[in-house]
Design a protein around this ligand. Structure first.
Ligand code: SAH
Length: 259
């Protein structure tokens, strides 16, 4: 039997549910049908403004709770409070919610929350920037790769630098998230200098800005020259390994097949 709904769609007392939804890189076509269904089902949508704006036509008429860039903890708490009150909540993240996203934080907050009992939680994956950017460049991630965020908001720079060093030494292809912002214009150059200790200056580097959404731009350069590109927070940088090459204008890392 269908649950009786109160005006506004609330089921009344009793725990609701939270879907942590990965929206993909932004283009409507890049969103999975499962993510779309979760948005349709939600009564309350919680998220950071840029992402909520991207899905505005899909969430028209729903209650929307927007919070700023650095208010992730508040946002997750809000989601839990509303679900504890019986609502179906969608907590939205760009890309994949578990890749530098909010899924982990939500699960931690939920575990510690006194009213969380009975709330159903589902994490819905999305196309992450690494694969959206890789596809736009060609096939640079066809071998082992490491994703590293250059943001030191939650991780000390020494840890980031050490990871870059180890991943570069191990010849992983590197995917750099959060590559450059006004607050830390120099991190990308510092990362490049570390990588240059292990890789040749001719190593291909791909940059994709606005991957998988309107305004997508791609560049393929090399370690010696890519710093001149307009890399920003809407960009992902992929640094090839020692085997990566440029084939007909696309960046490719061979898997090792004999041709
Ligand atoms: N959860 C997101 C990542 C959040 S971290 C995901 O899975 O994609 C934010 C960083 O992701 C940005 O600074 C940028 O490096 C990258 N990013 C997110 N969306 C992007 C896009 N459409 N194009 C290029 N890079 C993107």
């Amino acid at each position: 039997m269908a649950e009786k709904e109160l005006p506004g769609g609330y089921r009344g007392p009793g725990p609701g549910e939270i879907a942590v939804v990965g929206l993909g890189p932004g283009g409507e076509e890049e969103m999975t049908p499962r993510a779309r269904r979760a948005l349709e089902r939600a009564q309350v949508v919680v998220g950071y403004r840029t992402y909520v704006d991207l899905i505005a036509p899909l969430v028209k008429g729903k209650e929307i709770l927007i919070s700023g860039m650095t208010a992730e903890v508040d946002r997750c708490r809000q989601a839990v409070e509303r679900a504890a009150g019986g609502a179906r909540v969608a907590l939205v993240s760009g890309g994949d919610p578990g890749v530098y996203g909010m899924a982990g934080l939500l699960l931690e907050i939920l575990a510690a929350h006194p009213r969380a009992k009975g709330i159903k939680v589902e994490v819905i994956p999305g196309v992450t920037a690494a694969t959206a950017a890789a596809a736009a460049l060609g096939a640079p991630l066809a071998h082992d790769f490491a994703a590293i965020s250059l943001s030191d908001r939650l991780t000390p720079w020494e840890v980031i630098a050490s990871r870059i060093e180890h991943a570069a030494a191990a010849d992983f292809i590197l995917v750099l998230y959060n590559p450059r912002s006004r607050g830390r214009p120099d991190h990308l150059r510092r990362a490049r200098d570390i990588i240059l200790r292990f890789r040749s200056p001719e190593t291909p580097v791909g940059v994709v800005r606005n991957a998988g959404r309107k305004g997508e731009e791609t560049w393929i350069r090399d370690l010696a020259t890519f710093l001149d590109l307009p890399v920003d927070m809407a960009s992902t940088v992929i640094v090839g390994n020692s085997r990566t090459k440029v084939v007909d204008g696309r960046m490719v890392t061979p898997r090792g097949y004999r041709l």
